[in-house]
Write a protein that binds this ligand. Structure first.
Ligand code: TXD
Length: 319
């Protein structure tokens, strides 16, 4: 059987890390695409030279030509610009929306059968726009945010409870941003709900509230420390988990930004919900029951996503 092909659109910090992880895991041959000339080719060469040391068989190439992504099985999109001092959210939205248009057209022409994972911010709006511009079926275009947000939540909870991160199963719903909804009633340590652990005196409501707040600001905390960009190791690791679930038909239930039709009272909006990822792409949205406060929090998050879509449509009336 021929090797799978993984195309990475955007060869920046996350793109490079994705290439390294995908090669180490031998997910397939890798094409790094970027508009910057020479950079994807240089990174591909550097990464290829890890092969003999690490012992992986994966062909890694860099390109500035969309034709080279032809036939890709998985495409992971990180193309765009991050926010810089003095830039408004709308400035970022306008720039990255144009990038999604170019990427969407490239996908439509060269990789119409791929499973597409979008990472570019503002995530929920960009994954929706990418689906619109590419014309690919909605179950094949998903956004990565929930796996990362849940991983951040799990990291902080494992520290608080002084347990292995492997035993923490954290759950985050909603859009990617300050309004995301970490759900403690569905978050467990070896099957024990966090709310029960609090009742057992193993932590306090105040400590868990502080962790929820830190999770919501998890990206910003890293941006403030790095000063020159945003997180890339954990975002790349999270997207690779999604790619593996698709390539190996794992049927994992992962929180992803997907088009939600009917469930959660939504009508075609892209928002973060638990979804089964397998060979069919985003196979099924899982609707969990929420209490009133969780519902209110999800509504706030959904409203923030809706506002971004209105802004996108104002910038590009073709949407
Ligand atoms: O959870 C999440 N979804 C996220 C999202 C977590 C962390 C970071 N998140 C967002 O990912 C971040 O706000 C950015 O929008 C993306 C990519 O982050 P990265 O750190 O990889 O940014 P870089 O290093 O600036 O890389 C972006 C690359 C850069 O090499 C540009 O030359 C390229 O994108 N770029 C393009 N490539 C192809 N096509 C076009 N049009 C293009 N424009 C820029």
């Amino acid at each position: 059987m021929a090797r799978k092909k993984i195309a990475l659109i955007g060869a920046g910090m996350i793109g490079g890390t994705l290439a390294h992880l995908a090669a180490k895991k031998e997910l397939g041959d890798i094409v790094l695409f970027d508009i910057a000339e020479g950079m994807p080719q240089g990174k591909a060469l550097d990464l290829s030279q890890c092969g003999p040391v690490e012992g992986f068989d994966a062909k890694i190439t860099g390109t500035n030509d969309y034709a080279d992504i032809a036939g890709a099985d998985v495409v992971i999109v990180t193309a765009g610009v991050p926010r810089k001092p003095g830039m408004s959210r709308d400035d970022l939205l306008g720039i990255n929306l144009k990038v999604m248009k170019a990427v969407g057209e490239g996908l439509k022409q060269h990789a119409p059968n791929a499973f597409v994972i979008c990472i570019t911010n503002p995530l929920d709006a960009m994954v929706w726009a990418l689906r619109e511009f590419s014309g690919l079926p909605a179950h094949m275009v998903v956004g990565m945010a929930g796996v990362l947000d849940s991983a951040r939540f799990a990291t902080f909870l494992a520290e608080e409870f002084k347990v292995s991160v492997r035993d923490v199963n954290a759950f985050v719903l909603g859009g990617h941003g300050d309004t995301m909804v970490p759900v403690t009633s569905y978050t467990t340590v070896s099957g024990i709900p966090v709310d029960d652990l609090v009742k057992m005196g193993r932590s306090s409501k105040e400590a868990i509230d502080a962790i929820v707040k830190r999770t919501r600001g998890g990206g910003g905390e890293i941006v403030a420390l790095l000063k020159t960009g945003s997180a890339y190791y954990a975002p790349a690791t999270s997207a690779i988990a999604m790619a593996e679930a698709y390539l190996n038909d794992q049927k994992r239930i992962l929180p992803c930004a997907v088009e939600v039709n009917g469930k959660y009272g939504l009508d075609g909006l892209y928002v973060g919900v638990p979804v089964v990822i397998g060979a069919g792409g985003a196979e099924e949205v899982i609707e969990i029951s929420l209490d009133d406060e969780q519902k209110r929090n999800l509504d706030v998050s959904v409203e923030a996503v809706r506002e971004l879509l209105v802004a996108c449509k104002q910038i590009d009336p073709s949407l």
